[in-house]
Design a protein around this ligand. Structure first.
Ligand SMILES: C[S@@+](CC[C@H](N)C(=O)[O-])C[C@H]1O[C@@H](n2cnc3c(N)ncnc32)[C@H](O)[C@@H]1O
Length: 209
């Protein structure tokens, strides 16, 4: 029962169980995020957006990388935005980090704004995945890059690996081929996917034309 309540709050953290989930995600996704961030070259001065930012741990990591640049985080959960603002308090006060409540389907930013967009363990929940990838492309600068990060990679040798969580959350684990195809159909180029050996971690880096 407790496990179910917790897992259900991965989708849109709210209330008591949402708070616990946010804490658990900040801890549990940290190593995955560090691994994935090694595949992009964020530079001082860059403007970066983290979509589905949850409790804001990734926003903090990005702030360390952008020097004089700026980091934005969006999430459609009000609780996540509150928690992410609290965690990144100092960077919010000085204007380096900005958190906004918003859906990936309607990003509250002008076109061609960001050098990078990151999205850690959130893609599964997006309502209109192809158009949501296009919406992210809209806010990326030409040549800007999207980093998608997953810890639920389908396993051909163990097809039931994710069945329980997929059913509970009405989501689907991903395959390398599927992500490649979606990014291509959304108009991205120079698509690269990486799998960390011995894990079910996948990240994809794709460039806006
Ligand atoms: C599993 S959590 C991951 C949070 C964070 N990226 C991390 O790695 O800890 C998924 C997050 O995506 C957010 N999310 C899901 N669908 C969304 C949507 N359509 N628009 C914006 N955020 C969304 C949820 O509110 C939740 O915070």
């Amino acid at each position: 029962m407790k496990y179910h309540k917790l897992v259900e709050n991965a989708q849109k953290p709210e209330g008591f169980w949402g708070k616990l989930m946010i804490r658990s995600m900040n801890r549990g996704h940290s190593e995955l995020t560090d691994w994935a961030l090694c595949h992009i070259d964020i530079k001082s001065g860059d403007h970066v957006l983290d979509v589905g930012c949850g409790g804001g741990k990734t926003v903090g990591k990005l702030c360390e990388k952008v020097g004089g640049g700026k980091v934005y985080g969006v999430d459609y959960s009000e609780l996540c935005i509150k928690k992410a603002e609290k965690l990144n308090h100092k960077n919010v006060i000085c204007g380096k980090a900005k958190l906004k409540k918003a859906s990936v389907s309607a990003l509250p930013f002008e076109s061609d704004k960001f050098d990078f967009v990151t999205a850690v363990e959130t893609y599964y929940f997006w309502p209109d995945k192809l158009n949501d990838l296009k919406e992210i492309a809209r806010v990326l600068k030409p040549g800007g890059k999207l980093l998608l990060v997953f810890e639920m990679l389908k396993d051909k040798n163990d097809p039931d690996k994710w069945t329980k969580v997929e059913k509970r959350l009405n989501i689907e684990a991903v395959s390398r081929e599927y992500i490649d195809d979606m990014l291509e159909r959304a108009g991205y180029q120079n698509i690269r996917t990486y799998i960390k050996s011995g894990t079910s971690w996948l990240c994809a880096v794709a460039e806006k034309e």
